[in-house]
Every structure is written in structure tokens, then in C-alpha cells.
Design a protein around this ligand. Structure first.
Ligand SMILES: C[S@@+](CC[C@H](N)C(=O)[O-])C[C@H]1O[C@@H](n2cnc3c(N)ncnc32)[C@H](O)[C@@H]1O
Length: 284
């Protein structure tokens, strides 16, 4: 439905830099430096409309929030995953409607929100963290994003407490992912996918070595670099400042290793053929 109702979320935009993620409530308002926005002027209208502040009359745009708006504007107690990294995780894990996914650590729940949005309506995200502060903040964010039905957030140490089976994917964003690989391998169904986000190359190396030592295949690590392009007549170019580094993403697929039955039957070394009788025909 495109009509804005009482308690719905909106993204209110004055310009590219000044934008707010808000919950509209009947009879209430939001004060900006450009004037007051009355929610009653918004409720009942369509997403994508414009309204004007009172009394100054500045134009504000009202959009339906995207998952990326939620994560960039959400309350946080930890570093969060950025939308571009979340996007690659979706592509390389195949997480989609109906997927059963384990995530650790939850952190502020930014990635949890993105994953939750994609597994709807009948998939589930089982998300774990060992910090009470993170769990509290992430639960608030999940509630705000109205994802409580598809996301459960619990205390759990992925290195020892948590148990699962038959999952489609495991996604890790924690300091020591390599220590979790032996355990999470058993949580995955065959051909299930693994993803891990790490800010440093040292973490990536240890993670890849651990994956190679377990039953994982198709191991790939990527780094995404996003540049915004400023488009102006005769002056179109990348922006001067940018986020130069977020982290590295390592992906793998769970395989059941089977011993090669043909290896034992390798043909023995061919005997040397005596060609001396053919010396009339061929020059030896
Ligand atoms: C960088 S944050 C994750 C941020 C999250 N991806 C987001 O987008 O909001 C890392 C989290 O991993 C948690 N963590 C560290 N070790 C853990 C473990 N063994 N089991 C579960 N969570 C763990 C930390 O408490 C922290 O909250």
C-alpha cells in the first residue's frame, strides 16, 4: 500500500544531506530548522508526495524508507555493515524469501534488518551476540523495522553455546570468524553458503585457511569500493571525499567431501614398447 497511515515510517528529505527517518503520529509534529512538519498533513497522502513546512513554506519530500535508509539512520552501539557490503552478501549467499540464516554477531542489527527484509515472509534470521548492549540496541532496531516475526535475537556465543542444523546460510561479522568455522560447518545443509565480513587482511587469511581445512569449496574474498559520482554540466566526476575502506567479504559453499574411488585404480606406468622389429619401416 502506498498510502501513509498513522505510525508508519517515512523518510523526510529536504535535500541530499538533510533527511530524517520518522514515525508519523496523528496530532504530532516534527520541528526542523526550515519550519514545522505536521504529521496530519502527511497521513492519508501517498508516499512520494511533497509537503510544505509551516509557517516558512519550505518544500519537503516524503518517501517510503528503503532498507538502506533504515540502517544508515538506525541507533548503533557498534560499527555497522554498509549497504553495499550487505548487497554483496545477499548476492553471494543466495539469501532470499524462505531462507533460514544464522548471523553472529548481531551488533547494532544493521545487517540483521537487511537479511530480515529479504527472508520475508516465511524465512528466519537467528541472530546471536555476546554483548547485552548490542542485543538491546539491535532488538529496538528490529522492532522499528517491524521484523520481529522473521528475526530472533538472542544471547549466544557462536564459538561455544549456539546449536543449529539444516541452515541455508551462516553470516559472520565478528573479530575471530576463523575460530567459528569448524562449528558452523555442521549448522549448514550441504551446498549451504557461508559469508564473513572482516576489516583486516590478517583476519581474512586466517578465515580462508580455516575454510580450506574444513568441508568448504568455492572460497572467494572480495573488497567493494564505492564512489559517488557528482553529475554537473561539464563537471561530472567522482566526489573528492569517500569512505576508502569498509572491509573484506569472504564467501564459501559447504561441500561433502567424498574420497575419489578412481584414485586407487590409476593405470600403472606404461611399459616401454620394443620397436626394434620395425627398424626397416621406421628410422630408430
Ligand atoms: C561489528 S559488530 C557487528 C555489526 C553488525 N554486523 C551490524 O551490521 O550491525 C560485532 C559484534 O560481534 C559480537 N561478537 C564478538 N564475538 C562474538 C561471539 N563469539 N559470538 C557472538 N557474537 C560475538 C560483538 O559483541 C559485536 O556486537
Amino acid at each position: 500500500m502506498n498510502i501513509i497511515k498513522d505510525t508508519d515510517h517515512i523518510l523526510l528529505m529536504y535535500d541530499r544531506k538533510r533527511k530524517w527517518l520518522l514515525k508519523v503520529r496523528q496530532g504530532e509534529n516534527f520541528a526542523t530548522h526550515k519550519g514545522i512538519v505536521y504529521f496530519d498533513d502527511i497521513i492519508g497522502k501517498q508516499y512520494g508526495t511533497c509537503i510544505f513546512t509551516k509557517p516558512q513554506g519550505f518544500k519537503m519530500r516524503v518517501f517510503k524508507p528503503l532498507p538502506s535508509d533504515f540502517i544508515l539512520k538506525m541507533g548503533r552501539t557498534t560499527q555497522i555493515l554498509y549497504p553495499e557490503d550487505c548487497g554483496l552478501i545477499l548476492m553471494y549467499t543466495g539469501i532470499g524469501p524462505g531462507s533460514l540464516v544464522l548471523e553472529a554477531g548481531t551488533g547494532s542489527g544493521a545487517l540483521t534488518c537487511i537479511l530480515g527484509n529479504y527472508v520475508k515472509p516465511n524465512g528466519h534470521i537467528f541472530s546471536y551476540d555476546i554483548r547485552e548492549k548490542s542485543l538491546k540496541q539491535a532488538k529496538k532496531n528490529i522492532q522499528k523495522a517491524k521484523l520481529e516475526n522473521v528475526v530472533s535475537i538472542e544471547y549466544g556465543d557462536i564459538l561455544k553455546d549456539v546449536e543449529h542444523s539444516d541452515l541455508d546460510s551462516v553470516v559472520l561479522d565478528l573479530a575471530t570468524p576463523w575460530l567459528a568455522i569448524k562449528r558452523v560447518k555442521n549448522f549448514l545443509k550441504l551446498s549451504g553458503t557461508f559469508a564473513s565480513f572482516s576489516p583486516t587482511i590478517e583476519q581474512v587469511k586466517k578465515t580462508v585457511v580455516a575454510l580450506e581445512g574444513e568441508e568448504f569449496y568455492d572460497i572467494n574474498t572480495f573488497e567493494l569500493i564505492k564512489r559517488r559520482i557528482i553529475v554537473k554540466e561539464n563537471a561530472t566526476r567522482p566526489t573528492t571525499r569517500m569512505i576508502g575502506h569498509t572491509g573484506y567479504l569472504t564467501f564459501a559453499r559447504r561441500i561433502q567431501e567424498i574420497e575419489n574411488p578412481y584414485q586407487a585404480k590409476k593405470p600403472e606406468k606404461a611399459e616401454k614398447v620394443d620397436l626394434s622389429d620395425l627398424s626397416d619401416i621406421i628410422k630408430l
